[in-house]
Design a protein around this ligand. Structure first.
Ligand code: CO
Length: 156
């Protein structure tokens, strides 16, 4: 008789623990953190976006020591086929526009441009992305995109 209520309390406690773990896992799945340094490197070559995400958030941290004007970084999402064209229009837009052409509709999402010790993030609608398309992320600061590039896929 006395064992019964005790057992129920354990079951409730375990349920609360597993619910907490599940919601933490869901939150982590719809975001990614990426670092960029003074050596023109992103620390990730690839980002997977789960197909269940409505929105996805990317946080970019600049871990280098150089200022934005010398070693600026951003995170820009485009279709793979648009990467070279967007790198070009970004270069033309230049520093006055933080290396993003506001009229280039091929830019799907982008963070701000940051320098040493700074952080920036962007949240975009993951639902608009097509699992059948290869996406690329790049830094559009002048001359960075050949080295600072990676791929993004939507996981069905
Ligand atoms: Co850069």
């Amino acid at each position: 008789m006395n064992k019964h209520p005790f057992g129920i309390i354990i079951v409730i406690a375990l349920s609360v623990l597993s619910l907490g773990a599940a919601s933490r896992a869901l939150a982590a799945d719809c975001s990614a953190t990426i670092q960029a340094d003074d050596a023109l490197r992103f620390n990730l070559e690839h980002i997977d976006i789960p197909g269940t995400c409505k929105d996805f958030t990317v946080t970019l941290n600049h871990t280098g020591r150089l200022a934005k004007a010398a070693m600026g970084h951003n995170w820009v999402l485009v279709k793979a086929e648009d990467a070279a064209g967007v790198a070009r229009t970004s270069m033309i837009a230049g520093a006055p526009h933080n290396y993003i052409d506001p009229d280039d509709k091929r830019v799907i999402a982008h963070t701000g441009l940051i320098g040493r010790g700074e952080s920036t993030s962007v949240t975009f609608a993951a639902k608009q992305l097509d699992p059948g398309v290869t996406y690329v992320f790049l830094c559009t600061f002048a001359g960075h995109s050949p080295l600072m590039q990676g791929t993004v896929s939507i996981k069905p």
